[in-house]
Design a protein around this ligand. Sequence first.
Ligand code: SAM
Length: 407
Amino acid sequence: AGTSEKLMRFLESGIYRFESSKAVFIDPVRVLNRSYSRFKVSPSAYYSRFFDTHGSRAGVSSNTRKRKRKEKQAATALNERELAADRRHQEVRAFLLKAHESLRGANELLSVMPSLRSGEDAPAKNIETWEPQQSLIELGRLWQASMFEITLNFPSSEEQTTGYQRILPVFGNLVVNDMDDDVEAEFLNSQYIIPRESHFYISDLKHIKNLVPDGGDCGFHLIVVDPPWENGSAHQKMRYPTLPNRYFLSIPIKQLAHREGALVALWVTNREKLRTFVEKEMFPSWGVRHVATFHWLKVKADGSLIGDIDLFHHRPYESLLLGYCSRKSGDSEKLSIDRAIPDNQVILSIPGDYSRKPPVQDLVLEFIPGLKPPRCVELFAREMRAGWHSWGNEPLYFQESRYFQPP
Ligand code: SAM
C-alpha cells in the first residue's frame, strides 16, 4: 500500500486532521516553509531538542518519579487556587486524552514522525556547538540602538533585473520586505532571511503604540500574543526577560484591531493565577470577549506525551485563549464570522526550541472576521511569516540564517 492521500496532504501542508476527534497534528517546519520561496526552514534546527525516546523508554524518568512522589505528598493539602486549577485540568483532560488516542491510532502518521527532524538536512547540524546568537534584546537597549542599520539585499526579479540594497534603521522602525520573494538581510555579523511581504518592528513594550496603524484599512484581523509571562523558573530567566502581568494591560489591542474586528489568540500557561488574571482583568481591559480555548499537547517523536498528563506543575500542554475584539465597544457580537469556534480543540506537535509555539494561523483561519486574506500581527514574536507583521524585542530571532537550509 502506498502513501495515503491524507498522509500526502500532511507531507505537503504540515497539517493532519483526525476525524475521530477535534484534534490536529502539525509539523511546524512544513507550515513555516510555506512562507518561503527559495529558503527552507532547517528541520534539525527547528527540532533542536527532538523528544526521541533514548534512555527513558516509558517516558518516566527518575526525576519524574521524584516529582510525582512530592506531588502525592502535596495532594492532601491543595489550597483553593490549586483546586480551581485541578477542576480546569479535569475539564480538558478528556479532550487531551481523546486527541492523543487519535494520534496513537494513526499508524501512517506515527511512522513518519521520527523522520520529521531529518528532512533533507545534510549533514545534520550540531546545535550543541552553536555560537551564542547576537542578542537583539541587548543591542536594542544600547544608547546607540537608533543608529544601528540593517541591509536588505533584494534579489533580481522580473521587474527589477538587477538586485539592489536597502539600508534601514533596525530598531524602532517598521522594516518591510514588500517583494514576492525571500530577502537576505545583514545586521552586524549575522545574516537573516526575511519572508515575502512581511514586516517587523523591534522595540520595547514601552513603544508598542508605534505599531498602531494610522487609520484606514490598516488594522489587524488576527492578533496573536505570546507574552513573556513571569513563571518563576530560573531556566526561563536566561532565555528572555519577563514582565509582571500588569504591564500587559496597556497593550493597545483595540487600536490594533481592524475596523472589521479581530480575532485575538493569547498563549497562556497553566498557572491558575494567570488564567484568573486574563479572564477577570486582561481580556476586559483589552475589550476582548473570550469565546473558546484550544490546547497544545506536546508529544515526542514516537507519539508519546512529553510528560505525565496529571503532573501538577509540569503539564504537557499549554492553552491558547481565543476571543473577539471590536474597535467599537460592545460590538464584538456583531462581527461577520462564518462559523462559531469549537471549544477545546487540541493541537498536537513535537515542540521546537524553548517556548517556541506552533504556528496556528491555518487552524483559526475560518474564524477570523473580515475580508480574506486577513491582516495578521504577532506580538512578542521571535519569528516572521509571509504577509504578517511581527513585533517584539527580538522578532528576528528565528530568522537567523542558522535556522534555514540554503536554497
Ligand atoms: N511566541 C514566541 C515563539 O514562539 O518563539 C515566544 C515569545 S516569548 C514567550 C516572549 C518574548 O517577549 C521574548 O522574545 C522576549 O524577549 C520578549 N519580551 C520580553 N520583554 C519584552 C519587552 N519589554 N518588550 C518587548 N518584548 C519583550
